[in-house]
Design a binder for this molecule. Structure first.
Ligand code: 5GP
Length: 174
């Protein structure tokens, strides 16, 4: 069986969109206590580009989650494998996600963070697959809406491979 990658979003298209999101966030978070919460591992590439497109003082923290049990179906059970390094009370939290698929991970994180009394919680996601939504989540800063395909690259993996691809692609097997 051979595997090939089909490009869905080029590095250039992603860079342009991430810059625009950064400019929008810069505009909307003036005078706020912005904390980017990077959801590991998949969001690390998006977050590193996004944070450099935001021209404001900000703090960055990381959250390790495991949302899939076996295979690629979301189990709805979100396990925190590595919690934030500092409290977020009174701060303006922007959750940085690679992709919102069923929405279960983000919904769970929003509920969790609200118990910690931040001033606000919003979501920035590079990708959204609305076809697979199981709960309604509001993505405040969205890169791209995509069709229901399993994508890799730009931080996203398949069995821990492909995270280093500079573009978003679909793995096709024949
Ligand atoms: P949700 O809870 O919204 O179903 O799942 C979100 C997480 O599932 C993402 O952060 C990501 O880790 C994983 N995921 C969902 N769709 C894809 C996909 O198409 N490709 C990859 N590599 N991961 C995905």
């Amino acid at each position: 069986m051979s595997e090939r990658l089909v490009t869905m979003l080029t590095a250039e298209a992603i860079a342009e969109r991430v810059k625009a999101l950064g400019a929008l966030i810069t505009e909307e978070y003036k005078e706020q206590r912005l904390v980017l919460v990077v959801v590991l591992k998949g969001s690390f590439v998006f977050a590193s580009d996004l944070c450099r497109a935001i021209d404001l003082p900000l703090r960055i923290d990381f959250l390790g989650v495991r949302s899939y049990g076996e295979g690629t179906e979301s189990s709805g059970v979100v396990q925190i494998t590595n919690d934030l390094s500092r409290p977020i009370a009174g701060e303006d939290v922007l959750i940085v996600e690679d992709i919102v698929d069923t929405g279960l991970t983000i919904a769970h994180l929003m509920d969790l963070f609200r118990t910690r009394h931040p001033r606000s919680v919003k979501v920035a996601a590079l990708l959204h697959k609305p076809a697979r939504a199981r709960v309604v989540v509001k993505v405040d800063y969205l890169g791209f809406t995509i069709e229901d395909k399993f994508v890799v690259g730009y931080g996203l993996d398949f069995a821990e491979q492909y995270r280093n691809l500079p573009y978003i692609g679909v793995v096709e097997r024949s």
